[in-house]
Design a protein around this ligand. Structure first.
Ligand SMILES: C[S@@+](CC[C@H](N)C(=O)[O-])C[C@H]1O[C@@H](n2cnc3c(N)ncnc32)[C@H](O)[C@@H]1O
Length: 232
């Protein structure tokens, strides 16, 4: 298992987080390491990197995003990157806040005192109206975007969300989208083909974690497909 202790030797993760959760974090790290360098988008650095995690849920990936884009090692916290998560589900946001409050508890001395996580309860299709989200971000993540799921207005939901994400990006920003299944990925590619974007990578992820349950379709996996996009 990876070492989840911070610089001060304190545990990062809450005791109720399972081994599966650790594996998921490790695989998400490997996923970023695999896919970000093969896109032509330069790695963001030289300023505090801002990552917008759209539909973040409980933001299981928050610490990984912070460490990776903050140019740190897996399992460490970086003050060079800030993760802003938005989700429309109140319980998930509550959990994300709780989880990351604990995570940052060992980082009280400067420069680690800088808040590195911010969670927003809201509809990502209306992000443009939020004063809490900067006009431009370096990285946008839509992890398991669920294009089929009808949260607000069916498939249209994610088309609207995607449109809002693109407004937060410039040519140096990177958008990473992961899909659970081939069907979901096909829907995503159809949607992307209608937009002024360049699909840098769209590939099966060697670091996916297969989900094998009787009640879900075959070949479903956590981060099964990874799509990296930038604006033209
Ligand atoms: C499949 S979950 C993915 C959660 C997390 N990214 C992950 O990979 O574990 C999809 C998430 O999108 C959120 N969501 C759906 N539509 C949304 C919207 N319009 N605005 C904000 N969040 C939304 C849901 O509440 C849910 O938490």
């Amino acid at each position: 298992m990876p070492d989840y202790k911070n610089k001060h030797g304190e545990n990062w993760v809450t005791s109720d987080e399972s081994a599966l959760s650790d594996l998921r974090k490790e695989n998400f790290w490997k996923t970023l390491e695999h896919f970000v360098p093969i896109s032509s988008v330069p790695f963001p650095k030289g300023h505090k990197v801002v990552i917008l995690d759209v539909g973040c849920g409980e933001c299981e990936e928050g610490a990984v995003l912070n460490a990776y884009f903050g140019s740190h090692r897996f399992g460490q916290a970086s003050h060079k990157a800030k993760v802003i998560g938005i989700d429309s589900d109140a319980e998930s946001i509550k959990t994300a806040v709780r989880r990351h409050r604990l995570l940052g508890s060992g980082l009280k001395k400067p420069p680690f005192a800088v808040p590195t996580y911010q969670f927003i309860l809201g509809n990502a299709a209306e992000m443009g109206d939020s004063p809490l989200i900067p006009g431009r971000v370096d990285v946008v993540l839509m992890r398991h975007q669920f294009v089929k799921q009808d949260y607000f207005s069916g498939d249209r939901n994610w088309a609207l969300v995607l449109g809002e994400c693109l407004k937060k990006m410039d040519k140096a920003s990177i958008l990473i989208i992961t899909s659970f299944s081939d069907d979901e990925n096909k829907l995503l590619m159809k949607l992307l083909s209608t937009l002024e974007v360049s699909v840098e990578v769209n590939a099966l992820n060697p670091h996916r974690i297969s989900l094998r349950y009787d009640y879900i379709e075959k070949d479903v996996a956590i981060d099964r497909f990874v799509t990296v996009v930038r604006i033209k």
